[in-house]
Design a protein around this ligand. Structure first.
Ligand code: DOR
Length: 442
């Protein structure tokens, strides 16, 4: 396949320039400027009479498939919200070709057979590549570590009790220590349960005005401080999920200066919405950690630009309509994000000149691939052809009819957004064309 005149953005080779790309057997075999049919025939080994399948990509960006380090796929156990197939289809539609599936399913992913189940279900679906994250503690109880080596051998790429914080500091210390044997990071959901209490949004003026119980910023930041200290002491690998406070950014910055092996992610909703956007009926905005204040948001964007925060991640957290159709205080936390996240960041940051396209791709592809050791994040010759053709002008209304996800809990429902993937390939296989998933036979 010959992809012509794409504007190729690949931070792994410092590339942001017009190029032609040739694919064969699922890998990239040529990247060059202005190829001619005879060049392409030669690299593909085609005779003069054979047609060359080609795509005119002029005016569009081509970048490595995005890698999402934080996705909830709900299978096993809550398939009414999402399953591995629907979630990995939604991923492709959103431009993600590799995703990390969190372990807070029912049952939680704390045994090797469950890790293997998630991995195999992902392969069977055949859309985005699904990498299982295993639990840190058995049953998410926070008291006893899982058999890390066994789960790693089953295919886990990281360990996390995401969805809840590990309250026992000694368990967290042991987790960081033992995970070194696998070289996998511990993904920390930093939340002190006593400080968070029964809060449902960030504590501050907005929560007081709405009469909703607040979660103080310290509920996150004290755990970030604890965890970087433990990572320093154990020399373990720590990844902080969904950073949402300015204090957390400061602590991570300091930890990096001290040489602690810590990375961090931020979710688009924390960069684009604040606690001021919340109203009593807007349950799609209820998320954990809660939407930040304006000052926190500024610090998050600054942290993203100065390298304190290493990557973007969606924290795609699907919930059914019934789940979210209750009073704000009672609904579960979580935002459905895979199919809207890229357009949201495109419109909210890139199109406004706050973030370059090169940086966007680095933060959402190369960096997570590197941190979790995945074969992704670059368009080099010989690399798997996981690619996104992105049309910055494409507009679409977010609707139940369009979404591949089973759930609709997005603040963008009914809104028109701009900037979407129009073609997506995984291992050279075209899985999205004209915004439609191409069904694969299994
Ligand atoms: O908002 C959230 N939803 N935050 C989490 O940490 C968990 C997630 C979920 O699983 O729904």
């Amino acid at each position: 396949m010959w992809l012509r005149q794409a504007f190729v953005v690949d931070p792994s080779q410092n590339l942001a320039v017009e190029r032609d790309i040739v694919l064969k057997d699922g890998v990239i075999i040529e990247i060059a400027q202005n190829l001619q049919p005879e060049d392409v025939r030669a690299v593909l080994g085609l005779s003069n009479s054979e047609q060359i399948p080609q795509v005119n990509a002029a005016g569009k960006y081509l970048f490595p498939g995005l890698v999402d380090a934080h996705v909830h796929l709900r299978e096993p156990g809550q398939e009414d919200k999402e399953d591995i197939r629907s979630g990995s289809r939604a991923a492709v539609r959103g431009g993600f070709t590799s995703i990390l599936a969190m372990a807070n399913t029912k049952p939680v992913i704390d045994q090797r057979a469950l890790v293997e189940f998630v991995r195999i279900q992902g392969q069977r679906a055949g859309f985005a590549k699904v990498y299982p994250v295993a639990a840190v503690t058995k049953g998410f109880k926070g008291t006893e570590l899982v058999e890390m080596m066994d789960l790693f051998e089953g295919g886990a790429v990281a360990f996390s009790d995401d969805g809840q914080g590990i309250q026992n500091s000694e368990i967290m210390r042991l987790a960081l220590e033992y995970a070194k044997l696998t070289a996998c990071p511990i993904i920390a959901h930093c939340e002190d349960n006593n400080l968070a209490g029964q809060g449902v949004m960030r504590r501050g003026e907005a929560s007081a005005r709405l009469g909703l119980r607040g979660i103080p910023a310290s509920a996150e930041s004290v755990m970030v401080a604890r965890d970087v200290l433990l990572a320093g002491e154990t020399e373990g690998k720590l990844h902080i999920a969904h950073v949402s406070t300015k204090e957390s950014v400061q602590i991570i910055k300091k930890a990096k200066k001290l040489g602690i092996d810590v990375t961090a992610e931020v979710n688009p909703h924390h960069l684009l919405f604040t606690d001021e956007d919340i109203s009593l009926t807007a349950t799609a905005y209820k998320v954990n950690p809660p939407l930040p204040t304006r000052a926190d948001q500024e610090a998050l964007i600054e942290g993203l630009l100065d390298g304190t925060i290493d990557m973007l991640a969606t924290d795609h957290a699907p919930h059914t309509w019934e789940d979210k159709a209750k009073p704000f205080a009672e609904v579960p936390f979580g935002i459905n994000a895979l199919e809207t996240a890229l357009a949201a960041v495109w419109q909210g940051l890139v199109a406004k000149g706050k973030l370059s396209i090169q940086k966007l791709v680095e933060l959402w592809s190369l960096k997570p691939a590197q941190r979790f050791g995945l074969p992704a994040g670059m368009l080099k010759i010989g690399a798997p052809a996981d690619m996104v053709l992105f049309d910055p002008d494409y507009k679409e209304e977010i609707s139940a009819a369009n979404l591949e996800s089973k759930s609709l809990n997005t603040p963008f429902l009914g809104k028109e957004m701009q900037g979407f993937p129009v073609m997506v390939w995984v291992d050279g296989k075209l899985l999205l064309e004209n915004r439609q998933i191409i069904d694969v036979k299994n």
